[in-house]
Design a protein around this ligand. Sequence first.
Ligand code: A2P
Length: 282
Amino acid sequence: MTEQKPVTETTAKAVPVLPDAQTITEVKHYTDSLFSFRVTRPASLRFRSGEFVMIGLMGDPDPKTGKQRPLLRAYSIASPSWDEEMEFYSIKVQDGPLTSKLQHVKVGNQIILKPKPVGTLVHDALLPGKRLYFFSTGTGFAPFASLLREPQTYEDYDEIIMTHTCREVDELTYGRDLIEGLKTDELLNEVIGEGFWKKIKYYPTTTREESPKMGRITTLIENGELFSDLDIPAIDPATDRAMVCGSLAFNLDIKELMEKAGLKEGANSEPGEFVIEKAFVG
Ligand code: A2P
């Protein structure tokens, strides 16, 4: 007969606080309604820059049963595929079921992160081209924060046009800082070559607060100002590709403009000339 080992010590140690728990390593608040945070990355998680995962927290206990269920939402991964941690960029909605709580996370806290990345804002879903447009509003900048730090973006394209439209100037800070940071990113400068960031044309606009460039990007495409300001030709399906991330209304309006310019929508299963994904909203 074999001797039975006591199990108390090992079982007590192995109980995780949350299922699929990851630990917060950094939190930055930008405005009353925007913040970003970084978390540890599951060792086995592989993803393509531009994809999203489900993240969240445990919900409040059910008043009858006392049971807690995970409260999860789809969040674009804002960090590139090579980063050892994961970054997310989020809105804060004061009565939002998840973000009303998530906005209070601190370094050392845990969140739930389901390690199943998916999404269409990936290089694989686009046919080869020369110029790549990233069109975003609000927190729709997040997947592009990943793709702007992805070496393949610069290997595959001669020029990247990054547009970001927000209501107010402060809401542009996360994107502006990220683009500024690329200039001194040692890994990218080494892998892609010094000055790779000169391939990026950054085009921030605001709609409700005075700034150097005002207006919805859809209007600036239609009236041609985007092209004249950047000294580039109008969108051409022979050379241009686009990725789009914003509100549903924004995505639909850009889709119409892309199709009017002759671009066809792509997917993972059938690469095309532009791809769309809705930004997380609440
Ligand atoms: P606007 O201030 O004119 O509504 P929101 O916070 O509502 O998602 O908007 C974020 C930014 O995206 C705002 O600058 C907003 O402009 C702009 N926006 C919202 N909807 C559209 C759309 N359908 N087409 C173009 N821009 C849009």
